[in-house]
Design a protein around this ligand. Structure first.
Ligand code: FES
Length: 166
């Protein structure tokens, strides 16, 4: 099993404090059938996401192959292997938004903010998701940042819109 100190060297999010909570979660569930998903949910709540080294650690603790854990984490969309940013951007790729240019919004986010769908900026300011419809088709192309819906978004206005979110 990994030494806790080494884990923090590999991933600074996996501090000894965080890992002692992870240990408790594993301890309480070890040997219980069907415990994997609840354990992963709890660990994601504590750490914020499920990086590979944490998956490996959980696998060793529960005596479950890492490949099985990886399969579960990648199968369910509520699990994430990347940390979440302070602000979540949702770009709509539904039909109404798509025909009004939401692809160009995505391209601008990639070019100017180094942000691809499913990813988080290195400074953890933003995470990006794409969605099928935000229920705001009259505002197409629509982008939601946290709880704010922005309509008629032009790629060259993204900088102004995002400047409000630190
Ligand atoms: S298609 Fe984008 S809000 Fe409905």
């Amino acid at each position: 099993m990994h030494q806790l100190k080494n884990l923090e060297e590999v991933n600074p999010d996996l501090t000894p404090e965080v890992m002692s909570q992870v240990d408790e979660i594993i301890e309480q569930s070890r040997g219980k059938p069907g415990c994997l998903i609840p354990v992963l949910e709890e660990c994601q709540r504590v750490v914020g996401y499920l990086p590979l080294e944490l998956q490996e650690y959980i696998g060793e603790g529960l005596n479950i192959p890492g490949s099985t854990i990886f399969g579960v984490v990648t199968f369910y969309s509520f699990f994430s292997m990347v940390p979440k940013g302070r602000h979540l951007i949702k770009v709509c790729l539904g039909t109404a938004c798509y025909v009004r240019g939401s692809k160009n919004i995505l391209k601008r986010l990639t070019d100017d903010f180094d942000l691809a769908p499913g990813q988080t900026t290195p400074d953890r300011r933003f995470s990006l998701e794409t969605v099928r419809c935000l229920g705001a088709c009259g505002l197409a192309p629509a982008v939601v940042v946290d709880a704010d819906t922005h309509g008629g978004v032009r790629p060259n206005k993204l900088g102004d819109i995002l400047a409000k979110y630190e």
